[in-house]
Design a protein around this ligand. Sequence first.
Ligand SMILES: Cc1ncc(COP(=O)(O)O)c(C=O)c1O
Length: 450
Amino acid sequence: MTRQFARIQTELPGPKAKELLERRHAAVPHGSGYGVPTFAESAKGALIKDVDGNQFIDFAGAIGVINVGHSHDEIVNALHDQVDKFIHTGFNVMMYDSYIELSERIAALAPGSFDKKVMFFNSGAEAVENAVKIAKKYTGRKSIVSFSGGFHGRTLMGMSLTGKIHPYKYEYGPFAPEIYHAPFPYHYRRPEEMSKKAYNDFVLKQIENFFITEVDPKLVAAFVMEPVQGESGFIVPDKEFVQGVYDLCKKHGILFIADEIQTGFGRTGKYFAMEHYGVEPDLITISKSMAAGIPISGVIGREEVMDSANAGELGGTYNGSPLGCRAGLAVLDVMENENLNERAENIGETVLKHFEKMYDRFEVIGDYRGLGAMCALEFVEDRNTKEPAKKVTGQVLQAAHKRGLIALKAGMHDNVVRLLMPLVITDEQLEEGLTILEEAIEEVMAEVKA
Ligand SMILES: Cc1ncc(COP(=O)(O)O)c(C=O)c1O
């Protein structure tokens, strides 16, 4: 197929990237990983050019940061305007109006028919950390429950809440105390004889038993749940399960924290993925796509919960920076003006149609799934045993990169390809990217058979 967008004119890495890679390996520790062995030169919309002139279609969006596309004019203009006025005064020293406006607009969009307040931080992990602090302060309780397979960041609290050992926790203990991991339904891997409903009931029952065997619910400040588990391979729970957990929280006076860091800002076809489940989280953490690449995060919550901390107990030097707030306001304008929630839904439909075709063609695909434009393919050695095909997944991604498509790995067993393309991607770019993904699978499967 002739390519209109993905143009790879050197081997990967190209000559300039090779030189930079050598310097990178000498100067930057291994702990910071990378997906594609090259370096960005420029990016616009859903396309990234590297330093050797290769052009890629971006199905990764910096891991879900770039829903409004790379360097959207409205974001760039807002940032230029802010830089010309002032860069930083510190919201905890001299305040600025963009912080207030962003809080108001985000509170108005977030689910929950109650008064809300919003506070900003820098990174996703920091938002999670603060949501936990707020929940502890409000409830006076010390224990937190998160879910196996969940991901909440790399700080001590984020890592402690995370329910995946490699590469996030191994050899980094001891972890923060009083954190418990509850089971999370993974429908593709549920016992075959169980119906969806029976499985949801079973996992909910396990959580009730968990209150007998692991932690008394009276001691639990909050449950922290991703509406769709991201790092673990886009595992989408059923509404019944999410509502069941929410009801348990209400029954025991436990706060429900939705970690929307990867799912938020249009990814699933809604501003907040929790809207799909009809629950009203007490606290919501946000980051990533809220500011199109400018580091900022936030906690949204019930007014009385958010107000439980005293002045100075929450915050930090760079929290809710002027650049982050201006970018955040521009993101909301773009989402509204360009109907990005609706666009996410039709991207998701197109992707799932292609995935269905790929599933019919390639036995190695065990499952395909998604919510809005948060779609993934799960690779298995055998459709009956569902043994994870980790090696093939890595090979498919490499073959895609060589053809000019950037996509990401995920999954509890590292056997999932997840797609987080900018929602401003054109239909033609989307089609070309999906064709490349299919060709990459075809190439790898031909090699495996040979
Ligand atoms: C659901 C979720 N929570 C928390 C985080 C941590 O965010 P950060 O990497 O900005 O600290 C991430 C990052 O991938 C995430 O996906």
